[in-house]
Design a protein around this ligand. Structure first.
Ligand code: PMP
Length: 388
């Protein structure tokens, strides 16, 4: 059986051969502990320093601002728990509140729910029907008691981008820190931590062609947070022997993405437009966020109110893989929290599916996807009357 057409790049991406090669080299040649002072340890240490510089260059931060983590979920937890603890233990004891958007990644929302149950004041900023942040509500919620504001750079389900600069200004005017989950930005659009206004930024290698289990938290210079994992590595900011092969793969992925990002954006966006132009010819298709500023690769839509699971399984049998909302909640019949926040009904929010294109997507794959939609989905929408 031939490989399916993969349109689920917001869930994860395939590591390029160069990424795999650098990881293999790291496993074979730089296997020693980078904290060891002997020769083999120094080989690993040099690899770590070199990789840090490459990842930092890609993300527009200083090497000293970059803390390697096991991925975005850990970086998010580290940012939030660290920032809240820093406010509690020193910076400003009266600042306890955490404000985040209602459409954050499920891992961050689960942390918010847990902390709220433990008594932390937590507020969620809403979005409009296009998935854009409600800035007036954000302004009302970000008061002087806020320690931290968390806002994703772009939503993983809809691709809708968030107003980072505006929210940075609001947060800083009130003395709060801004944490940006840039997991879906990195690799799809340029990321410049220095210019972003964020104090803390989360990224994950596997969304940009790197391996899983490695990511980073960027911490603005001068900001000191208690670590989530204590230990001497990463300047005492993240304990645990460094994942050298993962870090090598992360750096290789950043180099590759940096080399082609400009062309990739234009090409992927043109393919997304080709896909959406074809989908718009189907009356029952409702595209989400089409009026909003979006990532170039993401298309979120529903076919009437056909259940996403049914649509996805039919598409997969036709050789196309996509996703419903966050992959992490796929498999369940839970409506998408993002679409609910945009004002959709539970029925509509269970119908949302996402095509997310990548660097490797071809025009032929888009045409094959549109043909498959006509073949296996459209008949469900508009059943032909049986011949007499
Ligand atoms: N944040 C966002 C916006 C994401 O899309 C994801 C991946 N689904 C994560 C966090 C979690 O990333 P990781 O797999 O690296 O923990």
């Amino acid at each position: 059986m031939s490989a399916p057409i993969y349109l689920d790049c917001n869930a994860t991406t395939r590591p390029a051969p160069q990424v795999v090669a650098e990881m293999l080299d790291a496993l074979q040649l730089a296997w020693a502990n980078p904290s060891s002072t002997h020769g083999p340890g120094q080989v690993a240490r040099r690899l770590l320093a070199d990789a840090r510089a490459r990842v930092a260059a890609f993300l527009g931060c200083h090497g000293a601002e970059l803390v390697f983590t096991s991925g975005a979920t850990e970086a998010n937890h580290s940012a939030v728990l660290g920032a809240l603890a820093a406010a509690r233990v020193g910076r400003a004891p009266g600042r306890r509140r955490w404000v985040l958007s209602a459409v954050e990644h499920p891992g961050l929302l689960a942390l918010a729910q847990r902390l709220a149950e433990e008594g932390l004041p937590v507020d969620r900023m809403g979005v409009d029907a296009q998935g854009r942040l409600d800035l007036a509500q954000a302004e009302a919620l970000i008061g002087d008691d806020v320690a931290l504001v968390s806002l994703m750079g772009a939503n993983n389900e809809t691709g809708v981008r968030m107003p980072l600069h505006e929210v940075a200004t609001l947060a800083h005017a009130r003395g709060a820190l801004l944490h940006v989950d840039a997991t879906q930005l990195a690799g799809k659009t340029p990321v410049d931590f220095d210019a972003s206004g964020a104090d803390l930024m989360t990224v994950s290698a596997h969304k940009l062609g790197g391996p899983k289990g490695i990511g980073a938290l960027l911490v603005r210079q001068g900001l000191v947070l208690p670590p989530l994992l204590s230990g001497r590595q990463e300047r005492h900011r993240r304990g645990g022997t460094e994942n050298i092969p993962g870090i090598a793969g992360f750096a290789a992925a950043c180099d590759l993405a940096a080399g082609t990002l400009g062309e990739d954006i234009a090409r992927v966006q043109a393919l997304r437009e080709r896909l959406e132009a074809g989908l718009r010819t189907i009356d029952a298709v409702h595209l989400y966020g089409s009026q909003a500023e979006r990532l170039p690769n993401t298309s979120c839509l529903r076919f009437g109110t056909l259940d996403a699971e049914q649509v996805l399984s039919r598409l997969e049998r036709a050789g196309i893989v996509a996703s419903s909302g966050a992959a992490c909640s796929a498999g369940g019949t839970q409506p998408s929290h993002v679409l609910l926040a945009m004002g959709e009904s539970a029925l509509q929010a269970r119908a949302g599916i996402r095509f997310s294109l990548g660097r490797e997507t071809t025009p032929a794959e888009i045409d094959a996807t549109l043909a498959a939609v006509q073949r296996v989905i459209v008949p469900l929408l508009d059943p032909q009357p049986l011949a007499a």
